[in-house]
Design a binder for this molecule. Sequence first.
Ligand SMILES: Cc1cc2nc3c(=O)[nH]c(=O)nc-3n(C[C@H](O)[C@H](O)[C@H](O)COP(=O)(O)O)c2cc1C
Length: 172
Amino acid sequence: MKLAIVPTQQEISLDSSDVIISKTDLTGRITYVNRTFMRIANFPESEVLHEQHNIVRHPDMPRGVFKLLWDTLREGREFFGYVKNLTADGHYYWVFANITQDMDANGKVVGYFSVRRKPKPEAVATMQTIYQEMLAVERREGAAKAPLASADLLSGKLKSLGTTYDKFVLSL
Ligand SMILES: Cc1cc2nc3c(=O)[nH]c(=O)nc-3n(C[C@H](O)[C@H](O)[C@H](O)COP(=O)(O)O)c2cc1C
């Protein structure tokens, strides 16, 4: 069950050597976390295993980003993104995440694998501004239309800059 965590304004900064890893099944249910995940997110393994990955979802993250994440994975492509996550105490930490398909010996996709590292502060600042605009659209459109509306805003913005999502986030 997802705990009701009250967000604080305290940031947990990663070291450049920190690599936060988790694995999920095809539905986003956590099947593995490494020690760095447990240390930074401050969750014991027992509280995260078998839970949906939204256990670390921060309310400042637009729904449109997660729509893009799942659409990308279901199309068989890897996802890159800047994510603000919540710790068990309500603090937050920013990561640059790469999520890939986790395959069995026959090449069948059995889940997903995420590797996260400390992001550059300038990249976080850029994405934070975009995420705030996406959140404003989501609030205006209401819950049902929020993910599509803010994902559309993001793709329109990138199109007007003459770039794509992947090129943009990888260039930051
Ligand atoms: C491998 C993998 C790793 C994920 N890691 C995160 C994460 O670190 N933080 C997060 O908020 N969502 C993460 N997600 C996305 C969640 O599954 C979920 O879509 C997101 O938290 C939004 O949840 P909600 O729509 O139920 O609020 C991950 C998904 C996968 C497949």
